[in-house]
Design a protein around this ligand. Sequence first.
Ligand code: ADP
Ligand code: MG
Length: 271
Amino acid sequence: MHEIALHDVAFSYGSQTIFEDINFTAYAGEFVCLLGPSGCGKSTLLRLLAGLGQPSSGRLTLDGSPITGPGLDRGVVFQDYSLFPWMTTGQNVVLALNQAFPGNSKAEQAETAQAYLEMVGLTDVFHKLPGALSGGMRQRAAIARAFAINSPVLLMDEPFGALDAITRARLQDLLLQLWQHNSAERKTVFFVTHDVEEAILLADRVVVMGVNPGSVRSVLEVDIPRPRRRQELYSDPAFAELRHKLIRELNADVLEKLNHGRTVQSAGEAI
Ligand SMILES: Nc1ncnc2c1ncn2[C@@H]1O[C@H](COP(=O)(O)OP(=O)(O)O)[C@@H](O)[C@H]1O
Ligand SMILES: [Mg+2]
């Protein structure tokens, strides 16, 4: 089991509270998408889950044990989690494989690295430095690295945001395949996206965060059977309803602020 729990988690930069009162449990094998406006702290929260920082208060646990640092039990793909620029792309993946599976031979590791690079559509990059790749290719190499170590937990921060629509669809399908590969050992996935439709396609549950300070605004279950095929999904009334709900939740913060502004303004006019 690989259950991730957040208890009363808060995070501040100096006196600025980024988020607070975060209480949520991702159950073992669950696919959770995190949606929220820019700046609400999604990336910060994911970094805490990766063990790359500590909360200002509260607790984050993996199977009941506090998360105190990075670990091979969590594969991460961050927007800024780049590859080591001085190693070839292949060596970057091999390095991770070497840490995850130190018993495997160099040849095996190189073969696995190449296989995962090919899986994300990178056939000819093994010997190239990351600097020689496009941003989208580097992002795919980072995804290949996270997939290759086959960790029970995946933390992904808008991993497909910068990719073209066809590559994105392919990688979404690949991610779902890897997640469901062996249902007895299904991975627990935390996936940040700003794309409502992507969240519905992928998630078991969608956590919507609000801003100023960030907090969990609502948690919605995606009660649409799998496999979810894009064409059918988009014409499914349940999809339309959920999409509408999520967009309303996402916009609620903004609307509340606008309405608040209006109230203040009309109170001013009355004086
Ligand atoms: N190193 C930092 N120092 C101060 N503030 C930061 C730092 N990193 C991020 N922030 C602020 O924290 C907030 C949340 O950032 P982030 O987690 O990147 O949000 P999101 O991923 O939801 O867009 C933003 O307001 C951002 O400006
Ligand atoms: Mg972010």
